[in-house]
Design a protein around this ligand. Sequence first.
Ligand code: NAI
Length: 544
Amino acid sequence: MKSKNLPKGLRVMQDPTLNKGTAFSEAERDALGLRGLVPPHVQTIDDQVQRFLITYQKRSTDLERYIDLSSLQDRNETLYYHVVTRFIEQMMPIIYTPTVGLACQQFGQIFRRSHGMYISERERGHVAKVLQNWPRKDIRVIVVTDGERILGLGDLGANGMGIPIGKLALYTACAGIHPTQCLPVLIDVGTNNQSLLDDPLYLGVRQRRSTGEAYDALVDEFITAAAEVFPKALIQFEDFANHNAFRYLQKYRDRVRTFNDDIQGTASVALAGIYSALRVTGKSLRDQRFLFFGAGEAGTGVGELMVMALMAEGLTEQEAIQRCWFIDSKGLVVKSRTDLKENKLHFAQDHAPLKETLAIIEAFKPTALIGASGQPGTFSRQVLEAVTRLNERPIIFALSNPTSKAECTAAQAYEWSGGKAVFASGSPFHPVEFNGKRYVPGQGNNAYIFPGIGLGVIAAGSRLVTDEMFLTAARTLANLVTETDLAQGRIYPPLSQIRNVSLAIAVAVARVAQQRGLAEEALPDDFLGTIRAMMYRPEYVSLV
Ligand code: NAI
């Protein structure tokens, strides 16, 4: 923006996308009418980072740190993204899981300033007009939730807005999607969470969730309106309850540029972890038997991509399905059950019903346990000991979020497997000392995948988002894990590498889009250079 088009004085300071606080240069102070409105000494962004950290580091709780960061985002986006990008390993657990879970639970209490858009039934019939109220027109990524299944915390209604805000912050920090091109959306159809309905500070529509036709019609109107008002936007579904998540993915995936991160993003990051884990165990994918705990969005999402990966290794679909057994709240997912929904039916095994986990382990002899049940303690000592007896190096993924919901902790995984487990979790765990050795647990964080997918889809202008893109992303991510990472027990690259990871995934995804005839943008041959140049860097640029 040229200075003649910029707001002046206080207005420029109040716009978080333009504000530089004490870092406005002398020339900007003159041209933008800022003289006298800021202290005389001009600071650098590094000075400002130091100042921010002084208070931040004194905070005694992560929620306070979350509030500090949100307030910074409200005031000065460049500085916010500069801090988050520079200290991504420390900041990601604050702006995303696990702290974002707590922030959502207390959303009504910590709310300061509105971010994103709320679409409720009051907007029915004119959603497109409402979306036009958004001040930015070139939106490239929308993350939308209806708040019904926030992490493993259940129905948080409008409080779920913390999730799209957090995910979009990661799109910017991890893949350089410009913050002004991101739009968080909450579809508010009420909540069945009585304690929220009774809470005087609750900010959402105070009614029980509407369901059925009324709900579908609102979602449908939103998707149609979003595609019309923001035709270049990718729409990411996030934290919908599974009865809606699968339906909507099927309904929209061939019509608009959309994906469901809980189903497809989780699948990709888990598969990448498996590829890396196999380098540690020295076994091949073809020989694995995966026992899934939880046959919901995350579990069967991983299962579907695993089937695709196994088929790419030469197995038939039937053989691949036989390598993926699922346990849900009612026991083993088998054909004789009459309560199975479509996503589970695909994995129903021809086997006698079994309920007991140990009996299932005995029957199936898994090489890997994948936890996506939201049930802490599911990987008990007995379970881990049983699977360790069967495998020299068992693969143990406790993916449930937040930390309190993980199937086991990192320390339990290493201790109960006698240090043999190749372990990853959904939420971060600190490194563990066991028998004099230091283990660095992997974090199967979707943030390794979705920002890169988004960047690739946007760069290529891909009309659709396909499963092949998630398979490619998994392979690309796994290839970035070095021998040094593996030697420390890390099956994902360090988070400090995240921007390079996202770039590599984006290049691979854009290539798939191009090969499949989905790309609407013509990319020059130098994909890497072109996409890298598109990435937003959180540094001050001169406004004059
Ligand atoms: P969901 O509600 O769709 O599925 C949960 C499944 O767990 C259901 O099939 C249910 O029957 C099953 N279950 C319940 N109790 C069980 C038990 N005792 N043993 C085995 N299965 C049991 O939920 P969704 O979306 O699949 O999420 C599950 C968990 O995975 C959540 O904690 C979520 O935060 C986590 N997740 C982690 C991700 C990551 O780490 N990258 C990404 C997405 C989800």
